[in-house]
Design a protein. Structure first.
Length: 300
């Protein structure tokens, strides 16, 4: 089988990626080809410069699953030292060996250890490998500014707690998934039992605070959730590590050890210390009502 392909890390699979993949599907169809996304088993910076490697918007399984819903084939390459040192011409031959007939290059696509500055060099090397390169401008601007949508901009919004901005750039709610683990059980004592999740290492967690979110359990049902991210300052937990605690409103089944996914919709307030557990409980009642009002159009 022959393919039209694009290359990228596709972290978050945001609206810019969606535009690029839409162009890919059209070009593939016009040329009687299938569509392929070429990506890597890790973020390239995790090998090239680990200290500069970003926290990720998707874990690897989520990212590949999203891509598989968009294209006919996802080619996942191991980003090894050998691949890192591969010249662009050799990389193009590797793509040709995997059936790539057309390679779509976006406005900032570059690859190969030699990283040719002149796009014509890519075209010449591709022609020798039996691949035709199609250049397109896949930049998509955010509706409220001239800023180009990019994974780095989305990471900044998530890290700052601006989920409305992040979700607009993503085109879907920012999701964090993890296994439900045992927590400190303080929420239960306050009348707000929580499911504590442990996300994959290297996953970007929103800024500390209280969030309105949609929780997805194994049953597939979306439930309203009040999520606290922080270090429990009211209970003087000392140097406690940051936790993600989700109060699933109207749900009390045992889901320890199960996978739970949270779609973050909006930050309700910052985390803060209260004078007493009773004062915190009163605030949580108000937070729960705010969450329900925020989510009323998202679930039935």
């Amino acid at each position: 089988m022959k393919y039209a392909a694009v290359i990228g890390t596709f972290d978050g699979l945001h609206r810019g990626h969606a535009a690029l993949l839409n162009s890919l599907r059209h070009i593939a169809a016009d040329n009687g080809l299938l569509s392929m996304a070429v990506t890597f088993d890790r973020h390239p910076l995790s090998l090239i410069n680990p200290e500069a490697a970003p926290q990720l918007l998707d874990d690897n399984d989520e990212r590949i699953a999203r891509l598989e819903r968009e294209v006919d084939r996802v080619l996942v390459l191991e980003f090894s030292p050998q691949l890192r040192q591969m010249p662009a011409a050799d990389f193009l031959r590797l793509l040709a060996d995997n059936g790539v007939a057309i390679l779509i290059m976006g406005y900032d696509t570059r690859f190969g250890a030699d990283m040719p500055a002149d796009l014509q060099e890519y075209h010449k090397a591709a022609q020798r490998a039996g691949i035709r390169i199609v250049n397109i401008d896949d930049a998509v601007c955010h509706s409220d500014s001239a800023a180009t949508i990019a994974s780095s901009a989305i990471r900044a919004a998530v890290a700052g707690g601006d989920l409305a901005l992040a979700n607009d750039m993503l085109g879907h709610p920012y999701q964090v998934s993890g296994t439900v683990v045992s927590g400190r059980h303080q929420g239960r004592l306050l009348g707000f039992p929580t499911a504590n999740i442990r996300p994959a290492a290297g996953r970007l967690v929103p800024a500390p605070g209280v969030y309105a979110a949609l929780a997805h359990t194994d049953s597939g049902t979306a439930l309203p959730a009040m999520v606290n991210i922080g270090t429990c300052p009211t209970f003087n937990c000392g140097n406690a590590t940051q936790t993600i605690e989700a109060h699933l409103i109207g749900f009390n089944a045992d889901i320890y050890g199960k996978r739970l996914s949270l779609d973050f919709i909006q930050r309700i307030r910052a985390e803060r210390r209260f004078d007493s557990p009773e004062a915190l409980a009163e605030q949580l009642k108000m937070d729960r009502e705010t969450v329900l009002q925020t989510l009323k159009n998202y679930y039935k």
